[in-house]
Design a protein around this ligand. Sequence first.
Ligand SMILES: C[S@@+](CC[C@H](N)C(=O)[O-])C[C@H]1O[C@@H](n2cnc3c(N)ncnc32)[C@H](O)[C@@H]1O
Length: 225
Amino acid sequence: MSGHEHQVGEDEAAALFEPPSWEERYAGGEKVWSGNPNPQLVAEVAGLTPGTALDVGCGEGGDVIWLARQGWRVTGADFSANGLARAARHAAEAGVADRTDWWQVDARTFAADGRSYDLVTTHFLHPPDGAMVEVTRRLAEAVAPGGYLLVVGHAPSEAFAQLTATHRRAMFLAEDLLPALSDRFEALVVEQRPRTTTRDGVTVDVDDSTLFARRTVADRGSAAG
Ligand SMILES: C[S@@+](CC[C@H](N)C(=O)[O-])C[C@H]1O[C@@H](n2cnc3c(N)ncnc32)[C@H](O)[C@@H]1O
């Protein structure tokens, strides 16, 4: 492959991470995701007392619907209007429309602006060029005192060896995200969790990079009483 072809390939790959590409993916009639909740969400959140939650990069709303069914009041956020429209439709079909609302926002420029949630969660958002640390920092700002932050994505692995360099750079390890947490957070889980899944009918082993952290109830250093 020439240098030029290589660059074209990487430019095309980079475009896949941007809104027009996601809008196109969600424009058709076919469901893109299974609708099942992500396993690390179920593992960490099933035991928590429901409150308010924000799911960023919610796609078709599988995690939003599962959370709403557990009793959470959930905001699903995504930069794709078509994705959010699908998610809202699925939530209505699941009978949880009254526990959900929707927010079209880009996680790379997202600002909490005074909003806060008992749980902020994101699965497989994967902004390119290592931007997940900055996204995590922004999401952490939206966690209420005593609340939780769950960030899950793909760890680099053999299973992704055929992907472009742009795709591989979008992957991360849980520990890569630690600089995003201020000392108001206690990291509860920082690990890669093995998971077996099927892709195009083939069974593959992947690792879910999983960061689960709790914001302290009172900010350290704040005056007591
Ligand atoms: C791989 S899908 C995962 C969907 C869902 N979280 C799940 O696990 O089934 C990634 C989702 O994140 C959204 N997304 C990607 N980059 C984003 C960004 N910078 N800001 C907001 N949403 C984004 C896409 O539109 C897509 O719905």
